[in-house]
Design a protein around this ligand. Structure first.
Ligand SMILES: [Zn+2]
Length: 150
């Protein structure tokens, strides 16, 4: 998940939705059902690193939800990392579903995660269906890039 979906041309500025506040006790936005502080919050704070591409994928999705730009940038491959993250103010992420993973074990240096991420953009429901590529750099999993599937 590298960027926000394409903005619709006729998005009215008046319908912008602020991101919902997420606290350590909130259910983690990644959908695993644990409190944020014990789930992706551990990774966002830098206390721990993702053990596998799926965990990194979930934490990056949650970082889009809480708009944690530093986390997104430091978990981006140096070769593909953008100068900044463009959070669309009218867009709210509403759910993540992991469909498949490949490789990405302790014995691999690369891995992929296929997922669907749902959102509401200016009141319109949308879905991002992507296969993301991850690589291990200096021992830590980072996001490389992804292909949109439909
Ligand atoms: Zn989480």
């Amino acid at each position: 998940m590298s960027r926000r979906p394409k903005r619709r041309a006729q998005q009215p500025a008046a319908q912008r939705t602020p991101a919902p506040p997420v606290t350590a006790a909130s259910p983690c936005p990644c959908g695993r059902g644990n409190p944020y502080g014990e789930c992706c919050g551990r990774l966002h704070s830098g206390a721990e690193k993702a053990a596998a591409p799926e965990e990194l994928m979930r934490s990056r999705y949650a970082a889009f939800v809480v708009r944690d730009e530093p986390y997104l940038l430091r978990t981006w491959h140096p070769d593909t990392r953008p100068p900044g993250v463009d959070f669309s103010p009218g867009l709210r992420w509403t759910g993540l579903e992991i469909e498949a993973t490949s490789e990405g074990t302790a014995f691999h240096g690369t891995g992929t995660v296929t997922f669907r991420a749902r959102y509401i953009d200016a009141g319109v429901l949308g879905e991002l269906h992507e296969r993301s590529r991850f690589e291990r750099v200096d021992g830590a999993w980072v996001y490389v890039d992804g292909d949109f599937l439909d």
